[in-house]
Design a protein. Sequence first.
Length: 366
Amino acid sequence: MFKNFLIRSFEIGLKFKDGEFKGLIEAGKHTIFDPLNKVKIRIVSKRDPWLIDDQLDMIVKRGDLTGKAEVIDLQDDQRALVWIDGRFARILGPGLYAYWNDVRKVHVEVVDAGTISFQHEELATIVRTAEAGRWLDVCTVQRDHIGVLFIDGRYIELLNPGVYAFWKYTAEARISEVDMRETQIDVTGQEIMTLDKVTLRINAIVTYVIQDARRAVSAATDMRQSLYREAQLALRAVIGGRELESFLTSKDEVARELEQQVREQAISLGLEVRSVGVRDVILPGEMRELLNRVTEAKKAAEANLIARREETAAMRSQANTAKLLSESPTLMRLRELEVLEKVASAGKLNIVLGEKGLTEKVVNLL
């Protein structure tokens, strides 16, 4: 018939009779008369500042919480940020809440969720909590990147590197992140037939940067794949319209023409092409052998021509020398002396004199 219970200093009692809330019971020792066992006392700890009960709305309407607990009623377009003892604790969605503020220090900040973008001076702390993912879409734009923000499919703005958060259930926010650094695309293994029916395997490289981030994410579902396709088509158009010899002897001109064609198409994708180059040209095996033989024949012909030119020049020089010697006996005598001097300096000189008069001639010559 009598029920005794103790409510400690950091607790409070909720009194229910026949399942209905009847009031609060403060700390202390209490005795109640309940012969029919219709009274229930639920003791809750204020160390957990939130008052959670199925009949919270009725408890609030009775007014028993006035002066003892704080009550907040959040609408559909409102959220609440909660700090407990100076530390961020949670985010509250729409609904009715009550919390005790005498045992632990609770601070509640109500914010407008109608503006989908959530900005706060302690954003970095808030988004790190486990419960933030329930209410917020969090996105980080990395260094050297740009974020393109769309809300409900409509372009809003460009976002610089940093952390951004958007309220869920209010609108659909999507950020497309694009890398603003210089990037390369390898266009490899392209088999292309030249104008004279020679099949080549071409490897090319395209270097580009994103010039217009919004256009880069809007103009194509995959701008890299689109640029790759444009480079393929340009290679086939430029190389396929030339004969093999013309292509091999004017690679710089081919590269300039390729770059021009790819650059014009890249502008529509929001890209700026820095360079386009043919990295490798792979010929079929039989064609390589044929070109090697042609090259060898050309080099042999050039070497033969040079040898003939040198022989002709030497003969022309000898003819000119002979003419000068025949016209000048003195020059002829000097030439003879030069020959004798070279012979004498080379080693021991032995002179054998034969017929009469030869001695006199040699003496005169010396």
